[in-house]
Design a protein around this ligand. Structure first.
Ligand code: IPE
Ligand code: IPE
Ligand code: MG
Length: 240
């Protein structure tokens, strides 16, 4: 960082409690460099570390990142395999260093199609980090889909014997039951859609899109998103 770091905007005025990122543009980042798509995914994982560290530093208590959707299985097998290998490596690294991060890690999504070894490591990281920390949370969405999550919540309620449900029942059975709804959802690479991300939770989230490709995402891009957020008027259906 250093003394001479240029800032696009001043320090963020309003720090949201929960910022969610749709990490997009890994493939485009790689193509621009003549590299295979998996190189873009590896660079994306690095950006994720950088951005999460920064969000924690400025006091954002919950960060959620969209790493793999329920629809991403439709990609070519070699790309899916490379992503699974990358998640495995990432979880190994987090297991080795989570105490330094001071953060609770939670994987949101359906873990059942993942390899038993990867699942076991993910669950160990969740368990061990939750036992030590709860001030800051990083939710990592893997095999996550908003529709799938709602169906999963309803099925859990049916299994509990419920025959009619409330909004609170559904919210408390989502993968994100431990987190507040996101205040701000940031999507990189210029896209302006949710792609099945946090459908229930996004009902009053502010949306922000940047042209920056996720692997290029820097602290100043977060500052810009927060600057935009600070200028929004959130009405939640009321009058302000
Ligand atoms: C986001 O980057 C990563 C995942 C969805 C796993 P993409 O792989 O979607 O990159 P683009 O959209 O093809 O550039
Ligand atoms: C959304 O990105 C999913 C993740 C970031 C994991 P995609 O690249 O898969 O989304 P679409 O296909 O462009 O909507
Ligand atoms: Mg994409």
């Amino acid at each position: 960082m250093g003394l001479f770091r240029k800032k696009a905007v001043g320090a963020p005025a309003a720090v949201p409690a929960h910022v969610a990122f749709i990490m997009d543009g890994h493939g485009r980042w790689a193509r621009r460099r003549g590299l295979p798509r998996k190189a873009g995914h590896a660079a994306g994982a690095e950006a994720c570390r950088r951005i999460f560290r920064y969000c924690k530093k400025i006091g954002i208590r919950t960060v959620t990142v969209y790493a793999f959707s329920t629809e991403n299985w439709s990609r070519p097998k070699d790309e899916v395999d490379a992503l699974m290998k990358l998640f495995d490596k990432y979880v190994d690294t987090l297991l080795a260093e989570y105490r330094q991060h001071g953060v609770r890690f939670v994987f949101i999504g359906d873990k059942s199609p993942l390899s038993p070894e990867l699942r076991e490591k993910m669950e160990r990281l969740e368990r061990e980090s939750a036992a030590l920390f709860d001030d800051y949370t990083l939710n990592i969405a893997i095999n996550y889909g908003g529709r799938d999550e709602i169906v999963h919540a309803v099925n859990s309620l049916l299994a509990e014997g419920k025959t009619a449900v409330t909004q609170e029942d559904i919210a408390s059975h989502l993968y994100t039951a431990h987190s507040p709804d996101p205040d701000l959802i940031v999507r990189t690479a210029g896209e302006r859609r949710l792609s099945n991300f946090l459908l229930w939770q996004a009902s009053y989230s502010e949306l922000y899109s940047t042209q920056t490709l996720w692997p290029d995402m820097k602290e100043r891009d977060v500052d810009e998103a927060l600057h935009s957020y600070a200028g929004r008027v959130r009405r939640f259906g009321g009058v302000k």
